[in-house]
Design a protein around this ligand. Structure first.
Ligand code: CTP
Length: 406
């Protein structure tokens, strides 16, 4: 086996590269999660990683020799080549800024970096580090270089970091990393190779520097769609307006404020996306002349605000579809299917997910939705389900549309 050649019935081999980072202890759980999903796991550690967690832990979990030094295995004088060839997937988790830099520049000065240079297997990288190191232009440039070469880089989680800082740089949940690894391996990844763009959240349209017109969108549906797409192996870009929902680690999240910014970010991501799902609650109107200073209620007319229509992002993406798949949402309180069918025709998209927001168990703020899937073939009524279940249903149907489009 090796380089993606796991034959049917054979367990695919994941080479887990553990680097020197406090999150290295989580790699033990990544091993378990990969094994639970049917993978054989071999572990390669840097010398620094062994300061955080002992090779014995991985030896016991994997029942395989743990590779550390270039010259450690006297039976295998060219250890980096055999490790590189045996792997069906190389997973670097946690990946320090140092290993990312070495990979970007082709530096091969220890067993891990030589193996990474030598492998032909797909490579998945899960960075974990201090937020300043993650956001440093050098690290971000290196990540872009790797992505440009087809390496999948999992966006780190945000939150409390071991150094005391709060921000991006946390290693995502081991179960998510294992899901993505299996999806990259093509095992259980029906959307592998697809790039799914999702718009989510609301928008804030400025009246002046302190006031805006906005809505209460939570962004929950968009976050659920992003999770569902990631778990099916897709690359995900989440264009997220103001919202309370946490974007999932693993998605590339682009934060925006206004409808105009959401349009720009969406058109940008759509350049190489294959599926777009517009779940954002975009403000339909924005102040025509936002003030560049705070308006005074005594002197300026705050009782009348001239509005202009915002750009329709769903319609704009649909107009540029060219064989890609575009899906929209509709919030309706009556004649749900008829209005959704009219929206499908008006916006030019492939399908509309129509929510009946008149029901207490559906729509804004609720954790469940009663929806209909409306496409060129007609309308399908879906049972009332959680947003995560609905997201899965939408992605399954999107996958079917992709299959028909190919
Ligand atoms: N949408 C968009 N850009 C806008 C407005 C809406 O991309 N400027 C998208 C939404 O993300 C959603 C769909 O279009 O996918 C909803 O269409 P819309 O016409 O806004 O529907 P409703 O909000 O239901 O409004 P109405 O029924 O009044 O037309």
């Amino acid at each position: 086996m090796g380089a993606g050649s796991a034959a049917a019935g054979e367990r695919p081999c994941v080479l887990l590269c553990v680097t020197g980072c406090i999150a290295a202890y989580k790699s033990a759980e990544i091993v378990r999660q990969l094994q639970k999903r049917g993978a054989r796991v071999k572990v390669l550690m840097t010398e620094h990683a062994t300061r955080f967690v002992g090779p014995t832990t991985f030896r016991a979990l994997t029942h395989e020799k743990v590779a550390v030094g270039l010259f450690d295995d006297p039976e295998d004088p060219i250890h980096h080549i055999s490790l590189a060839q045996e792997a069906d997937l190389v997973l670097v988790a946690p990946a320090t800024a140092n290993i990312i830099a070495k990979m970007a520049h082709g530096i091969a000065d220890d067993l891990m970096s030589t193996t990474l240079l030598a492998t032909r297997a797909p490579v998945l990288v899960a960075p974990a580090m201090n937020v300043q190191m993650w956001e440093a232009p050098a690290t971000q440039d290196n990540v872009r270089v790797l992505e440009g070469r087809g390496v999948r880089v999992i966006q780190p989680d945000s939150g409390y970091l071991a150094c005391g800082d709060v921000g991006g740089g946390r290693l995502p949940e081991p179960s998510l990393i294992a899901d993505l690894a299996l999806a990259v391996l093509g095992q259980g990844g029906p959307l592998a190779g697809e790039h799914v763009l999702i718009t989510a959240g609301g928008t804030h349209e400025p009246i002046d520097p302190v006031r805006f017109i906005g809505n209460r969108s939570s962004g929950k549906m968009g976050a659920a769609l992003a999770r569902a797409a990631l778990r099916r192996g897709a690359r995900v870009t989440l264009v997220l307006g103001p919202a309370t929902a946490e974007p999932p680690a693993g998605a590339r999240t682009v934060r925006v404020e206004t409808a105009a910014e959401m349009l720009d970010a969406s058109l940008d991501a759509f350049a190489d996306a294959t599926v777009a799902i517009c779940a954002a609650a975009v403000a339909d109107y924005a102040p025509a002349h936002p003030a560049d200073h705070k308006l005074k209620k005594s002197r300026e007319h705050l009782d009348r605000i001239e509005l202009r229509e915002t750009a329709d992002i769903l319609a704009a993406l649909s107009a540029r579809k060219q064989g890609r798949t575009v899906i929209g949402f509709a919030a309706e309180t009556s004649d749900v299917v008829a209005y959704a069918a009219a929206k499908l025709a008006r916006k030019g998209c492939d399908a509309v997910v129509a929510n009946d927001v008149s029901r207490p168990d559906s729509g804004f703020g609720s954790d469940t939705d009663k929806a209909w899937w409306v496409d060129a073939a007609g309308a399908a009524e879906l049972p009332c389900m959680t947003k995560d279940e609905l997201a899965g249903e939408i992605l399954d149907r999107a996958q079917e549309l992709r299959r028909c489009a190919k």
